[in-house]
Design a protein around this ligand. Sequence first.
Ligand code: SAH
Length: 387
Amino acid sequence: MKIEQKEKGCQWSKKCGGCSYQGMPYEKQCRIKQRTVEELLKGICKVKPIMAMEEPYYYRNKAHAVFDRDRKGKIIAGIYQEGTHKVVPVEGCVIEDETCSAVIATVKRLLPSFKIKVYDEDTGYGLLRHVLVRKSFANNQLMVVLVTASPVFPSKNHFVKALREVHPDITTVVQNVNGRQTSAVLGQKENILYGKGYIEDVLCGFTFRISSRAFYQVNPVQTEKLYNKAMELAEFKGGEMVLDAYCGVGTIGLIASRYCRQVVGVELNPEAVKDALFNRSRNKAENVRIFQGDASEVMLDLAADGQRFDVVFMDPPRSGSTEEFITAVADSGVKRVIYISCNPQTLARDLQIFGKMGYRPNEAWPVDMFPWTDAVETVVALDRKKT
Ligand code: SAH
């Protein structure tokens, strides 16, 4: 089944639009990504060969499905067709973990016998909107998030029990309530229906708690390669003060804490901050502090307080960083910056700003975190030019 599907490629890709490189040999995908980064960073720095994935299938530790009914009234689970609110049924995605996909299929199969209605966006009638499944590859734990339109969920305990009977690896089930007419999948309110409400994964020897709403890298195999490269580029000697900006659940900062004196992590999302604080205790990383707030604002405050950093890791979202952040980094005399980017366009823009502030980028290292899609991750080390 697995081989067959891999060879056939994805039959839903045209409508789904999630993987724009479906049908293209993997080597060619990597060549295009290499060229994209090289073109965007032309005149800025050299680009090393992309770190490709050995087995570029079923790599995502997360699956998401929106639930709806087709014209005949049959329940379907899939994704929104690009740019629309039309649901395209997808069964057996070739990039998502197969167990995660199987859980979604089981939810779909069980719904009628529990008389759980799927939500209708037009009429506002029905309960189940989305299902999100996250998996820890290291611990083989599964988290299921059932997104419902209202907090009232009849027969929830029986439903969860039936789901766990089919998938004993499910360690937690969370109900997330999203009653709003919005394109955001998750709402603010959550009830834990089973287990602890989070799963734990292991990366580079550290254990990370991941809750439903926190950002966590989706490709753990390539993430370890990326983080190892980032640590190598930092060239730690042991006494450094380190900033981990845009730290998420604290992954990069915690791993770095093993090699340096102290780490400060900064993250905007309060749920991710909670996870980061928990992860600090869980890993007994006493030399790590975490602040909640906007990276630029916190950086300015820290600089004003006289806090100095030797190394700054920054891993901003697709929109990149800001001139304020980069200026504050430069003004406080940071010697080395390790920039991890999921968008080479904003990376190129920010590297130009760093250039004006007296930083010189060394080589860029592209990493293929998202095979079959056009997304590419890049890590670059910058050094402050000697004056
Ligand atoms: N370094 C982490 C997370 C990177 S994703 C990891 O490797 O897993 C980017 C993170 O930046 C997200 O957790 C997001 O919530 C956070 N973020 C977005 N805008 C921010 C801002 N203005 N200030 C601080 N953090 C921000």
